[in-house]
Design a protein around this ligand. Structure first.
Ligand code: SF4
Ligand code: F3S
Length: 332
């Protein structure tokens, strides 16, 4: 083990966590990916402790382009902050514009050095869309277009995770009339090796962490669907598992049925055409989720949802986008 890399037990102790706390976190990760909880938790813990690249922690670069930083915020608030700290101890977050200390040329140098030194070995997470109009001039970082940075960095990554709707298919910047020609990673870098798409606005941070930990543990990708989304996360239709289902239709926000857990379909809920594990994977450290908080689902994991799921309010959840190839569809 690299002399500068403390053992996991030491890292946990420094953060005030016990190994039991960490195994509980690993168990939650296993549940997210529909893996056997008890067996996989121990496997994850062992893998995180031992996984090094050239004697170093696995390098991660997190690129931000046309975004609102929502995916970063979601990731940072997905769990106990101490657990996030430990994960950041396990990997080497070499580049993240929002979180890193260096700025300007020093930050750019860190990215370039990681790409040069760890070509084919680093993990790349992309947040935000990539503008293609006007030669990519709508998003420049250090004088380089987002498009050219992405093509250089992603094409040499071991794994790329497109985190959030904007990175997957252009999201809000790519909504009609899309004046900047914004696209997602798959369009901007068609040869991206080992691309995983994780839509959502933003992506659920626990889901993102689960996929990251899966890769660190197994050195490969989790099972993906035809849109390169992790099946375990995007394979179930929200409506089929929704706790509001069968509790009467809400007529308007604040009426008795709304307060008592009634169904939001008449208000425009897109749960019937949306595939995601939001119903079991709450947000903000497990606090709640849109429908649980009394708001309807706007179908944010669906392809081009700003165009295909609008109007968000009214009209019911019978849009013509079926949300993909989830495996547990039914008739109503
Ligand atoms: Fe839940 Fe929406 Fe389906 Fe109603 S329409 S049961 S609120 S997912
Ligand atoms: Fe998005 Fe609907 Fe889940 S709005 S966060 S897919 S409940």
């Amino acid at each position: 083990m690299h002399p500068e890399t403390p053992r996991l037990a030491e890292q946990l102790a420094q953060r005030g966590l016990t190994r039991r706390d960490f195994l509980a976190f690993c168990g939650a990760i296993a549940s997210t990916l529909a893996l056997p909880r008890a067996a996989y938790a121990a496997t994850v813990a062992t893998a995180l402790e031992n996984r090094l690249v050239n004697g170093q922690r696995p390098p991660v670069v997190w690129l931000e382009f046309q975004d609102c930083t929502g995916d970063t915020e979601s990731f940072l608030r997905c769990n106990d902050p101490a657990v996030i700290d430990v994960l950041f101890d396990v990997v080497a977050l070499n580049y993240h514009e929002t979180l890193m200390v260096p700025a300007g040329a020093a930050a750019t140098r860190s990215l370039e050095e990681t790409v040069a030194r760890y070509a084919g070995q680093y993990i790349c997470i992309v947040e935000g869309a990539l503008p293609t109009a006007a030669g990519g001039a709508f998003c420049l970082i250090g004088g380089q277009s987002a498009l050219s940075i992405a093509q250089t960095v992603i094409s040499q990554a071991a794994l790329t995770i497109a985190a959030g709707a904007c990175a997957v298919d252009g999201g809000l910047p790519g909504a009609l009339p899309n004046p900047t020609g914004a696209v997602g990673v798959a369009s901007a870098v068609p040869n991206a090796p080992n691309l995983i798409n994780m839509p959502g606005c933003p992506v659920n941070g626990v889901n993102l962490m689960a996929v990251l930990v899966y890769y660190l543990t197994n050195g490969g990708l989790p099972p993906l669907d035809s849109q390169r989304r992790p099946q375990a996360i995007y394979g179930s239709r929200i409506h089929q598992h929704c706790p509001r289902r069968g509790h009467g239709e809400v007529g308007f926000y604040g009426d008795a049925r709304h307060r008592n857990g009634g169904c939001l379909e008449e208000l425009g809920c897109k749960g019937p055409v949306t595939y995601s594990n939001c119903y079991q994977q709450n947000w903000n450290g497990g606090t709640s989720w849109p429908i649980g908080a009394g708001a309807l689902c706007i179908g944010c994991t669906n392809a081009k949802f700003w165009d295909t799921m609008t109007p968000f309010f009214g009209g019911g959840g019978d849009g013509d986008n079926d949300g993909g190839d989830g495996g547990d569809d039914d008739d109503d």
